[in-house]
Design a protein around this ligand. Structure first.
Ligand code: NPW
Ligand code: ADP
Ligand code: MG
Length: 282
């Protein structure tokens, strides 16, 4: 196994692209976030707001109908498109041209949603982040992994990773299975945890930011929105994954002296994205 490359400030400054003065919202990229189900629309609010606060110009959320008012009221800056079904996704069709898509937060695993994911993956070649229930559906239907476009970013936590690549009995075996999965399927794997590793073929990166304050509901949903936003802003998938994971962790390092571990919540990540960016400029 290659020794991991540390994702530190130096690595980030090689990749970070400051905003150009004469940009406009149409140039900043349009992110589409797909997911949500009855009782889990919050995951979509978090991911969509995080996408906006990471800098893309436009964000649309695709949710079941029960999510319409919730997302519109929670984040007026986000546009909303709804599925025909009230409580879960049943068919993912939209008439927009996003630059990147994130799919999975709060999506659930109903049979109709599984079929919708299958049809969606068969028909999209846009830069993509796959998270949460979309990963779980892929794990149940392993042949569908072949439908994923090359360079897609997968963001499993340890349980989701295990469902996807199977059990491991040592850390070495975990890395070897993840590297093989990445090579065979040509995907970037963000192995979330403490620390988070990023696997891009046989290249392995380890993040240096973040702390236990991130062990809170919805912090992965926020990360999905952040990486999707960076993809929509034309970052290469590996750079979007590296920068997204670094900034996400940095928010918790910045906020910790004020919030302590306990009162830091997923919304605190979103609130501190601006300070995390500013620390790159200094
Ligand atoms: N407000 C909302 O709308 C929210 C909605 N959400 C949405 O809910 C959906 C389900 O997502 P989910 O991740 O909670 O469920 P699931 O895949 O069964 O995994 C849970 C199990 O995984 C494990 N595990 C996790 N982390 C681990 C670690 N670091 N290290 C080790 N193990 C770890 C742990 O297993 P255990 O240790 O208990 O065996 C745990 O019990 C999804 O769509 C998501 O987007 C949530 O984001 C919350 C906010
Ligand atoms: N102890 C910890 N130290 C650093 N990061 C952590 C820790 N616990 C969780 N995280 C981070 O928080 C996020 C959790 O993601 P996930 O489990 O998908 O949350 P959710 O599904 O609730 O949104 C990941 O980015 C993970 O790396
Ligand atoms: Mg998650």
């Amino acid at each position: 196994m290659n020794s991991p490359i540390a994702i530190d400030r130096n690595e980030i400054l090689k990749r970070y692209k400051p905003i150009v003065q004469h940009t406009h919202k149409g140039m900043q990229g349009h992110a589409l976030i797909i997911g949500g189900s009855y009782g889990k629309i919050g995951a979509m609010c978090l991911a969509s707001k995080a996408a906006l606060k990471t800098g893309c110009g436009l964000v649309t959320a695709f949710v079941p109908q029960c999510g319409y008012d919730i997302v519109q009221i929670a984040i007026p800056e986000v546009m909303v498109v709804t599925d025909d079904h009230d409580k879960y996704l049943s068919e993912i069709t939209f008439h927009l041209e996003p630059n990147a898509i994130g799919i999975g937060p709060g999506m659930g695993q109903k049979m109709a949603t599984q079929k919708a994911l299958h049809d969606f993956l068969s028909n999209t070649s846009l830069p993509l982040v796959i998270d949460a229930d979309a990963l779980n559906i892929l794990a149940h239907n392993s042949s569908w992994v072949a439908l994923i476009s090359p360079r897609t970013v997968l963001t499993p936590h340890p349980k989701e990773l295990e469902r996807l690549i199977g059990k491991w009995y040592s850390e070495e075996e975990m890395f070897s299975k993840a590297v093989i999965f990445s090579l065979v399927n040509q995907v970037v794997i963000v192995m979330k945890g403490a620390p988070t590793y990023i696997i891009d073929g046989d290249a392995i990166y380890v993040n240096t930011t973040g702390n236990a304050a991130l062990a809170t509901a919805g912090s992965g949903d926020v990360l999905t929105g952040m990486i999707t936003s960076l993809l929509a802003q034309s970052y290469k998938p590996i750079d979007a994954a590296i920068l997204g994971v670094y900034l996400h962790g940095l928010t918790a390092d910045i906020a910790l002296p004020e919030t302590g571990h306990q009162s830091f919540i997923a919304s605190s990540i979103i609130e501190n994205i601006g300070k995390a960016y500013l620390s790159l400029e200094g």
